[in-house]
Ligand binder design. Structure first.
Ligand code: ZN
Ligand code: ZN
Length: 256
């Protein structure tokens, strides 16, 4: 019989698993890492609006932005609905402060200094940071500056790499990770050299090169994965090659 553990452990909840735009398959990109002392949100696509279904809002909340494409940031306009009683720290690459000031402002939405909780913006250079948890940031391959993250918290390693083509930095960030979360913008066999994204085979290639223990796919291109069934077929197709493969859907929670 399984005994209740004292520590709540680490869970990842997929809030928005579509790339590019919302459709019947889900919302645009956002995920949540829940650990004992913090709630960590990855990207602020429209899925972020569901974050308060899964968190108490009584822990410090961190939001890591990979880049400023709108499918990763359009949900910033709902921040005003939250009540993050221990405040929000928004982390991103160099230039994040200026980009947020341009995007999260009148007449588009409520500016960050007027939402009902304290907001701090932290720009992260490439490399290792103690935030107080350990985060390593490295740039990925995308038409605009885009950051991948490796989180080391409570003895677990979770790596988040979207949007990107295959690159050495993604492998470095995912080295021996307990969970690698990558995008899956492309269908099996599909290539996109001009606008780098990953097919399932590309994502598996990165996970294997890094010896990551588990791979979770999200950011499914809305135009190429038109139904949830098309996503679920990936599990069947690639499970043998990539044991434990997670094909995410909005609202799915996994233990890490
Ligand atoms: Zn994207
Ligand atoms: Zn992008």
């Amino acid at each position: 019989m399984r005994k209740e553990c004292q520590s709540p452990g680490m869970q990842v909840t997929f809030l928005g698993t579509n790339g590019w735009y919302d459709s019947s398959t889900g919302n645009t990109v956002s995920a949540l890492i829940s650990v004992r002392d913090y709630d960590i949100i990855l990207d602020a696509g429209n899925g972020i609006a569901k974050a308060d279904r899964y968190i108490t809002q009584d822990k410090p909340v961190f939001l890591f932005l990979s880049h400023f494409h709108l499918d990763h940031t359009e949900g910033l306009h709902v921040l005003v609905k939250f009540r993050f009683r221990k405040g929000l720290t928004i982390c991103g690459g160099i230039g994040t402060t200026a980009n947020l000031a341009g995007l999260v402002r009148e007449p588009y939405t409520v500016p960050l200094d007027q939402v009902p909780f304290a907001v701090t913006v932290t720009e992260l250079a490439d490399g290792l940071h103690e935030l107080p948890f350990r985060v390593t940031c490295l740039p990925l391959v995308h038409p605009v500056p885009c950051m991948g993250y490796r989180f080391e918290i409570d003895g677990k390693v979770v790596t988040y790499c979207t949007d990107t083509g295959i690159c050495e930095n993604a492998v470095t960030l995912a080295r021996d990770a307990d969970l690698l979360i990558t995008e899956c913008g492309l269908k099996p066999g599909q290539k996109s050299p001009d606008w780098p994204h990953l097919s399932p085979e590309d994502a598996i290639h990165i996970a294997k090169a890094a010896k990551a223990r588990r791979l979770a796919l999200m950011h499914f291109g809305a135009e190429v994965y038109k139904t949830i069934a098309e996503r679920r077929a990936l599990k069947e197709q690639f499970e043998a090659e990539c044991p434990g493969l997670v094909v995410s859907e909005d609202g799915m929670t996994i233990d890490v």
